[in-house]
Write a protein that binds this ligand. Sequence first.
Ligand SMILES: C[S@@+](CC[C@H](N)C(=O)[O-])C[C@H]1O[C@@H](n2cnc3c(N)ncnc32)[C@H](O)[C@@H]1O
Length: 361
Amino acid sequence: MAIYGNKISPVRTTCVSGWHEHKDGTTSPMNNATGRPLMQAVPTTELTQFAEDVLAGLSTTPKSLSSKYFYDDEGSRLFQEIMKLPEYYLTGCEFDIFSTQTEAIYRAFANGDGKFDLIELGAGDGTKTAVLVDHFLKAGADISYSPIDISQEALDALTEKFNAEFPTLKMSARNGDYFQILDSLRIGDGRRKVLLFLGSNIGNFSREQSVAFFRSLREVMSDDDLLFIGFDLQKDPHVIANAYDDAADVTAKFNLNLLTRINRELGGNFNLGKFTHYANYRPVEGSARSFLVSREKQTVRIDALDREFEFDQWEAVFMEISQKYSLRMIEELASESGFQIKQNFFDSRNYYCDSLWRAIR
Ligand SMILES: C[S@@+](CC[C@H](N)C(=O)[O-])C[C@H]1O[C@@H](n2cnc3c(N)ncnc32)[C@H](O)[C@@H]1O
């Protein structure tokens, strides 16, 4: 069902007087009044956030689409498939940490009294978190669990699993954007909150976005609360490059699914066969990037935007960055955001680090 139905008002144009730097270091004309990239022709009202972001992303050079929109129901299902791929080592690493260092993680979270509330941002299907919850409950901890995710499909899978495995667990799942619900985390009931941000989700943020995000978490955290973050570490570039370009092409389907979503929700006419997935890893910057590349010169119409977009042959649409970290980068991120590292947990190959942060008081 198409849900776009947006009203498009007369087109507004803005003057260019500067350059906006994108997350991949490239630039495009900037509107000086807003500091945002210039859209050549901007419908002004009543677009959904998704429509607005697609318009902004496809109107700039280079074109981009936000990875935040990967996770419709099919995207969530495909991501669960990606997590099982032999090339996608990240899930196995975090499983390794959670299964072999569970008691140490429990002691670090519990801080003596065993009473804390787990709040997971972008929980996905919660499979890895279940390993921790299982241990905490068996150790007699007094905990609750609040997973938050933008994907209802992922939350349904999680809720079904947790209800079956942990019938006594106090749980409240929330469907929504974690950027929108941060204020509601400011609960002053005196119980310790442990915020979980796993799966190297943070790798999809630029450095500036990461610091801003962590600072906004710090603002809603009490001094005794903790933040537990999964970071994928820098390693053999071949291992990283393969993780984003798997032999079974599931990552390609995952990226292309965003075009299907635009077709369905915004009335687009992308022909998926005319785009190919391309991923690379730049070891100097420590970043993996994925793109959808137009195989031919083509025009794509998106009804909800009342716009057509031209693609040159081999023009790339930037889809996602997956940053890889050194320990120094993790330390710098923590201190710039108002935190200090309480304890780091590594997997057996030192591929991955779950870093536990406490707020600097
Ligand atoms: C890379 S997956 C990781 C899932 C899980 N944390 C793990 O480690 O397996 C990212 C998850 O974050 C969710 N997500 C992405 N952006 C979000 C946002 N802005 N608000 C809430 N959830 C979001 C997605 O739906 C997806 O389930």
